[in-house]
Design a protein around this ligand. Structure first.
Ligand code: NAD
Length: 337
């Protein structure tokens, strides 16, 4: 069993913890919280040992009557690998402060810059590159969504160039910290945006340019993709390719799934915990071709799309399991068809 610790039991951390618990080759040793919040209490209720992510804050937990199993240093000593799910760029600080001095492997999330870690990961694109590495970053939700479709298209037909407009949700549903509450914000204002270069960290040969807006929604990101392929293909061929590609789910506006709002209700009815969707949701009836140009829309469920990737990344770094075997196992345990 691979012994896994989660540093930062927030939106991504709690989902990774639950997904690890579903695998038969890995187990959660414990999770961290930095403050004695409701999520700290819920972690214990969920059966996880709770450690304090900032050693100086241990007393705050005692005062709140929350029992700790120790602090981050105690957790590190018991794990084969840490999944750093702290916010923003804190993961890069944790690398220097904790993981490197202790010589422990660690996985980081999208907000940590590729350059700080040196290796980025998407299971379908570059699973084997993570083998033997001490530090690997699972790319962001948007980059994961783009890598899956662009990787599949490049392999099947060759992508001459990809141009993508991203429409990003303002905040996660459980957060009141960021906006806009109303408005459509070019974000970043610079074109191209950083999303294209981030895709290159896992698909280095791709010709890709991206730009992005932030909008007053919490549900999902949406992408408008315009792709020049190396050869002419029909819309039907692309649909068949996407149906065979793992972690893509085709949805149809003709069935009433006309926006991310309906997709969220679809996700709620899907029956997974926290109404998580691990797949890109590709609008099948948006897929169109003009000569060798391909156009389509997809939605990216930001809170959950990177969860299977974290599980595969653990196997890539800590076992001899192949990419195909790992993805199949992850898909089966998480209920991905
Ligand atoms: P979050 O704010 O929901 O959770 C972060 C957790 O880390 C919280 O529990 C917080 O208490 C804890 N934390 C704060 N400071 C810490 C420290 N110094 N050490 C350890 N833990 C600390 O954030 P999130 O949305 O889960 O994002 C985590 C990472 O995942 C970021 O890199 C983010 O870019 C990436 N990510 C987020 C999403 C998303 O949509 N939420 C999608 C893909 C990737």
């Amino acid at each position: 069993m691979i012994k896994v610790g989660i540093n930062g039991y927030g939106t991504i951390g709690k989902r990774v913890a639950d997904a690890v618990s579903k695998q038969d080759d890995m187990e959660i040793v414990g999770v961290t919280k930095t403050r004695p919040t409701w999520e700290a209490k819920n972690a214990i209720k969920a059966g996880y040992k709770l450690f304090c992510g900032i050693p100086d804050n241990v007393n705050n937990f005692k005062e709140a009557g929350i029992e700790l199993a120790g602090d981050i240093n105690d957790l590190l000593g018991q794990c084969d690998i840490m999944i750093d799910c702290s916010p923003k760029k804190i993961g890069a600080e944790n690398l220097e402060k904790y993981y490197k001095p202790q010589g422990i492997k660690a996985i980081y999330q999208g907000a940590v810059k590729h350059d700080a870690i040196g290796e980025s990961f998407n299971a379908q694109s570059n699973y084997d590159s993570a083998k033997g590495k001490q530090n690997v970053r699972v790319v962001s939700c948007n980059t994961t969504g783009l890598s899956r479709v662009l990787g599949a298209l490049d392999k099947a037909y060759g992508v001459k160039k990809a141009r993508v407009v991203l429409v990003r949700r303002a905040s996660d549903p459980g957060s009141s910290k960021s906006g806009p509450v109303d408005g459509i914000v070019p974000n970043p204002i610079t074109v191209p945006s950083h999303h294209g270069p981030d895709v290159l960290t896992v698909l280095p040969k791709l010709n890709i340019v991206t730009s992005a807006f932030k909008v007053s929604s919490t549900f999902m990101h949406a992408h408008s993709l315009m792709i020049e392929l190396d050869k002419e293909v029909s819309a039907e061929e692309v649909k068949e390719l996407f149906k065979k590609t793992p972690r893509l789910l085709m949805v149809n506006s003709s069935e009433g799934l006309t926006s991310t709002a309906e997709l969220m209700e679809f996700a709620r009815d899907f029956g997974r915990p926290r109404y998580d969707m691990y797949e890109n949701l590709v609008w099948e009836d948006s897929i169109g071709v003009e000569g060798n140009e391909l156009y389509f829309f997809q939605a990216v469920p930001q809170e959950s799309i990177v969860i299977p990737e974290n599980i595969d990344c653990i196997r890539a770094m800590c076992s001899d399991v192949s990419a195909e075997e790992s993805m199949e196992k992850t898909n089966k345990t998480l209920g991905i068809k």
